[in-house]
Design a protein around this ligand. Structure first.
Ligand SMILES: [Zn+2]
Length: 45
């Protein structure tokens, strides 16, 4: 899967399973300080 930062939309790289190009969202280290108020549920939305 392709992982994107849900906060800045920056591409984070590929994560398992590698046989699909579907996208998933997480948060990059740069955005963690700016998104502390968000819950993991919101981030993974
Ligand atoms: Zn980010």
């Amino acid at each position: 899967m392709l992982k994107w930062c849900t906060y800045c939309q920056e591409f984070q790289g590929e994560v398992p399973p590698f046989d699909t190009l579907a996208s998933t969202h997480g948060i990059c280290q740069n955005c963690v300080p700016h998104a502390e108020h968000l819950t993991s549920r919101e981030l993974l939305g």
